[in-house]
Design a protein around this ligand. Structure first.
Ligand SMILES: [Zn+2]
Length: 169
């Protein structure tokens, strides 16, 4: 089922998600729906707050459905190591048409639970590291606008207001 994607500045995007405590069929269904919603939106990552669910849950697939091996589910994720920096463009399904450069760590290690509640660690570099950081920000109630320089942020805010006025947001 394709879920409705919440757009900025919906309050659910601006508050930290609750930890996931029940690893049941309902959770598995939500994960499945989030993948479907992400693929439909042509995204490579989606966090539960973006579908209006204030929980610490993320799905990622850099291959955009081409390679099932690249499907990643992170539940209650946290960054346990980060090194280096990279500067590159990001987009977000909650900010349609907005693309802007953001500084992120080059390499990170994430600790998270899978859909059955088992803890694991995963390393990510470059685009995957960027994706981990962008999506983990979402479950902490942080949107990428916050990671931009003040100048870029005000340019984006102006674009958002324009899109809102035109009824395209
Ligand atoms: Zn996003």
């Amino acid at each position: 089922m394709i879920l409705k994607i919440v757009k900025y500045p919906d309050p659910v995007l601006l508050k930290p998600g609750e930890p996931v405590t029940e690893f049941n069929d309902e959770l598995k269904k939500l994960v499945e729906d989030m993948f479907e919603t992400m693929y439909d939106g042509q995204g490579v990552g989606l966090a539960a707050p973006q579908v209006g669910v204030s929980q610490r849950l993320i799905v990622i697939d850099l291959s955009n459905k081409r390679d099932p091996e690249q499907k990643i589910v992170l539940i209650n994720p946290e960054i346990i190591e980060a090194e280096g920096t990279q500067y590159g463009e990001e987009g977000c399904l909650s900010f349609p048409e907005i693309h802007e450069k953001v500084v992120r760590a080059q390499k990170v290690r994430v600790r998270a639970q899978d859909v059955d509640g088992h803890w694991f660690e995963k390393d990510g570099e470059e685009l995957l590291a960027r994706c981990f950081l962008h999506e983990i920000d979402h479950v902490d109630g942080i949107v990428f606008l916050k990671r931009m320089t003040p100048l870029k942020r005000s340019i984006c805010q102006r674009s958002i207001r324009k899109l809102q006025r035109e009824g395209n947001w």
